[in-house]
Write a protein that binds this ligand. Sequence first.
Ligand code: ADP
Ligand code: MG
Ligand code: MG
Length: 255
Amino acid sequence: MATLEIKDLCASVETKEGKKQILKGVNLTVHSGETHAIMGPNGSGKSTLAYTLAGHPKYEVDSGEALLDGQNILKMTPDERAKAGLFLAMQYPVEVPGVSMTNFLRTAKTEIDGKAPAIRQWTKDLSSSMKRLRMDAKFAQRSVNEGFSGGEKKRAEVLQLELLKPKFAIMDETDSGLDVDALRIVSEGVNRAKENTNLGILMVTHYTRILRYIKPDIVHVFSDGHFVKTGGPELADELEETGYDRYLPQGADSE
Ligand code: ADP
Ligand code: MG
Ligand code: MG
């Protein structure tokens, strides 16, 4: 059983106008096997939280820590974070022309495990995961995310999740741009990872739709750079009905 503990995290982003503080004291504890939904208005800093935890160079930690089993991942390189068991599914995944999915996945797996996977087992795992995600076998030969549709990008991320077996996954707006069928297939993949590897999940989402498929244990409202409310699944239903208005900072407009 693993624990991810975010303590008083403050972070800034570099903008053209200079440094802008976005995260203003984030506190959160996630255990293996738990699913936390992080919900909040546009621009509140949800993606910034995801990127900061993943080590994106544009985001600078001002103070606080994020302990994965007691080790501060914020001091690690993005590679070391992945090795420690953290996985980020981005809202806008990057394209990597010239690198095939199959090579990318095998390299990542080798890097994370510290040794290359046995080829036969690996080939079997890859093809059965792809089948379950209803991905055509040809997909493995395509360049990472290049020309992928929205749904294909999300499937590719769940494929990584299934094969790399992280301890914690941060999923940023995994539901955006998915039709109902794709949403179901992607959600089933995430649920399989939960069952098979006791994955801990931070599910960032603006809408409640995905929470019908991936059931959260705990729901948090994120506004203006920090958590303002925490509750059970019923909190998501309340947000569905009333929106985020009451959680917005004074004078702000909801989008
Ligand atoms: P959310 O994911 O909740 O919609 P974001 O983390 O994307 O929020 O954005 C939070 C705030 O930080 C916004 O005001 C946004 O404009 C700003 N921001 C985030 N990333 C950048 C960036 N790379 N450059 C400039 N501003 C940014
Ligand atoms: Mg946004
Ligand atoms: Mg976002």
